[in-house]
Design a protein around this ligand. Structure first.
Ligand code: SF4
Length: 379
């Protein structure tokens, strides 16, 4: 393996964060929560940005031990064709979603770069903000995606402990620890505007991983100071394969991680997905988290299926189980009960690049007919 990047072992900046994460910290959870809440209010106001994932394909060439899509699982495989993608987008728009994250597994013949690029172009015709969580790519591939309207990527390192990483990633391209850790830099070099980083809590020592994640954000922030950076702390959920996390993280520690990160990185977007329970998500809203997924489906074709009740949902298994199953309408009501305004659209397509501007002009032409009554009431 190539040498680890120098920033990964640089401890100069981490003392304050490490102190907040320690169970022996002099600051109680309540003290951290109050500080985190005040910073969140000052920097982000009483708002919550909302997005939803769209699984394009569950084909995968990697063998991550913790994932329901690993290539040795017996899960039925499928990829969405253009008309199916459009159906999914229509179902998502009906919910009110206008910020989407397109997902695939590692690069395969069935779901390769060309497939992903075509899918981004279709999505960018319908949605003002399109991000991608897929396989690591080259700078020129990221540039091509950006030209099609992709503005963000999400690429979790899962764990920054290289030995644990080696054991968890049994085969496939994702086994390359260094290639993955360098991916955000290639994406930003290729013109992608925002990058989401994360660790999968449960795989390795959570405090060590949190400190490494912090180093990664700081490294990118120093070098690509105009980039939008976001951070997620997903916890392992039950999945096909039944992998049990050896380092489980309880609510108390996850809350401490979120508050400490908000205090250490006041301007970084912190994300919490529907992996977490409704109770935990409601508790974290306004206290540090500024972006949440809503009404997520982790199956390929999950949105139009639940719309039409056809049979694919029964055939396909999701990547993992969702915990917060509330509808967007129910979730927005819960946010408003806390005096937090849900934000579905915070991004103009005209910001997305040349191709996306053309799509935007098309969208403006037909905008009056695309807003449904359901969308209006959700906003
Ligand atoms: S985590 Fe991603 S790369 Fe790994 S098996 Fe699942 S879909 Fe494939």
């Amino acid at each position: 393996m190539r040498a680890l990047p120098e920033w990964l072992t640089d401890n100069r900046d981490t003392a304050a964060l490490a102190a907040m994460l320690s169970p022996a910290s002099s600051r109680s959870l309540e003290t951290l929560a109050a500080e985190s809440r005040a910073i969140t209010l000052r920097r982000f106001g009483r708002t919550m940005a909302l997005y939803a994932p769209l699984y394009l394909s569950n084909y995968c060439s990697s063998g991550c031990i913790y994932c329901g899509f690993a290539s040795d699982r017996q899960t039925p495989r499928h990829r969405l064709e253009p008309d199916e993608i459009r159906r999914e987008l229509a179902a998502m728009k009906k919910i009110g979603i206008s910020d989407i994250l397109l997902l695939t597994g590692e690069r395969t013949v069935a779901a390769d770069f060309d497939y992903l690029q075509r899918s981004v172009a279709i999505a960018a015709e319908e949605m003002p903000r399109v991000s991608v969580e897929a396989f690591p790519m080259s700078v020129s591939e990221y540039r091509a995606l950006a030209d099609c309207g992709c503005t963000g990527i999400t690429i979790y390192q899962e764990t920054y402990n290289s030995e644990r990483y080696e054991a968890l990633h049994r085969w496939g391209p994702k086994k390359d620890f260094i290639d993955r850790i360098e991916t955000p830099e290639r994406a930003l070099d290729g013109g992608i505007k925002s990058v989401g980083l994360g660790i999968l809590l449960g795989l390795s020592d959570p405090v060590e991983d949190t400190l490494s994640l912090y180093r990664h954000v700081r490294h990118l922030g120093r070098t690509w100071w105009r980039a939008g950076l976001s951070v997620s702390f997903p916890r392992m959920r039950p999945q096909t394969g039944g992998y049990e996390p050896p380092f489980p993280v309880d609510d108390h520690l996850l809350a401490r991680i979120i508050f400490a990160f908000r205090i250490a990185l006041p301007d970084t977007e912190l994300v919490l997905s529907t992996r977490e329970s409704a109770t935990f998500r409601d508790g974290m809203a306004g206290l540090g988290i500024t972006r949440m997924s809503v009404e997520s489906k982790t199956t390929v074709g999950g949105y139009s299926v639940s719309d039409s009740k056809n049979s694919r949902e029964k055939r396909d298994e999701g990547q993992f189980e969702i915990s917060d199953n509330r509808t967007a309408r129910e979730f927005c009501a819960a946010l408003r009960n806390q005096n937090i305004e849900p934000v579905f659209k915070n991004w103009e397509p005209s910001y997305n690049g040349p191709s996306a501007r053309i799509n935007y002009e098309r969208e403006v032409d037909r905008s009056a007919s695309t807003i449904t009554p359901e969308t209006e009431t959700c906003h």
